[in-house]
Design a protein around this ligand. Structure first.
Ligand code: MEV
Length: 317
């Protein structure tokens, strides 16, 4: 057993699902990109006595962590057991710019940064598959039945074309367009939404499977639209996907209102992103000027925060 008393840091970032959420749980593809504007940092320092967690949610002993953070406790315990390290003597601090429970991968990103910080603190090498295994332990507790997409994207600097149970493909997502993300300010309900879709698959198999497969086809078409640098087509596919997500009952009024607002102000397409039922939506704009106007209008119509992300070369237009 090695015990080092040196500060260690682990990092990760948020993610945006461009297309394919929910269907990805059922082996359909999804396209997602790292959202580097929302970094997470976990710092571990030595302390006396039992390990402490300092986060905006909770400050106190790791052993008395609230239920909402059991995913983190379970990952800390698993790593300490597997690496034969004591559970005590650590002060773990989380700082994150990802709005929590908004479909931006906050839980996967915090867990990724935590796993990296713990391995660094214990001076152990960490390979990528091991990182994903631990993050998925946490994600199973946070989300029930995760596809693994969030773990993959929050730990990677590359956009991905992702299919559960298959080899993942880094995806050069370059397109003449700007993605606007907007936060409804309402907590999303990923776990509940994923469980409800699972229930619909059980009770209404043909109809639900039909919707899921339609989202899969739209995602395949989106891949081609991106490869052909066709933002108009991509926007259209995003909007069609939102209609399917509505049929799966994972949208809500706040998301629909922002989607409609973006379209009314000439977005090429718009949809919810992530688990839905609150959280964030995204819209696609051709120029930076249009993106700024859409972002402004989204704020006027109830968004609490917006971000603009250039998908290709930035221009002044
Ligand atoms: C959540 O960010 C994305 C979902 O597709 C669930 C998952 O992929 O695990 C809704």
């Amino acid at each position: 057993m090695k015990t080092l008393y040196k500060q260690a840091v682990g990092t990760a970032h948020g993610k945006i699902i461009l297309i394919g959420e929910h269907a990805v749980v059922y082996n359909e593809p999804a396209i997602a990109l790292p959202f580097l504007a929302t970094p997470v940092e976990v710092t571990i320092e030595p302390t006396l006595g039992s390990s402490q967690l300092n986060s905006s949610y909770y400050q106190g002993d790791v052993s008395t962590i609230p239920d909402s953070l059991l995913n983190l406790k379970s990952v800390i315990e698993s790593i300490c057991t597997d690496l034969e390290q004591p559970l005590d003597y650590m002060s773990i601090s989380i700082s994150s710019l990802i709005p929590p429970e908004r479909g931006m991968g906050s839980s996967a990103a915090v867990t990724t940064a935590l796993v990296r910080a713990l391995y660094s603190y214990f001076d152990e090498p960490l390979d990528y598959d091991t990182l994903l295994e631990y993050v998925n332990i946490g994600e199973k507790i946070a989300h029930g039945n995760p596809s693994g997409l969030d773990a993959r994207v929050t730990s990677s600097e590359q956009p991905v074309f992702f299919k559960k149970d298959s080899h993942f493909t880094p995806f050069p997502l370059r397109l003449s367009g700007y993605l606007i993300a907007a936060d409804t300010g309402l907590k999303g309900q990923t776990r509940q939404a994923v469980e409800d879709v699972a229930e619909q698959v059980k009770t209404s198999y043909n109809k639900t499977k039909g919707i899921i497969e339609a989202i899969g086809r739209l995602t395949e078409q989106a891949r081609i639209a991106i490869e052909e640098n066709n933002p108009e087509e991509l926007g259209c596919l995003m909007s069609k996907t939102h209609e399917h997500l509505k049929k799966l009952n994972v949208s809500n009024d706040a998301l629909d209102k922002l989607v409609d607002t973006a379209m009314a102000y000439k977005a090429l397409g718009a949809k919810l992103t992530g688990g839905g039922r609150g959280g964030c939506m995204i819209a696609l704009a051709k120029t930076s000027k249009q993106a700024k106007r859409i972002a402004y209008k989204l704020m006027e119509h109830g968004a609490v925060e917006t971000w603009i992300h250039a998908l290709g070369e930035e221009t002044d237009e």
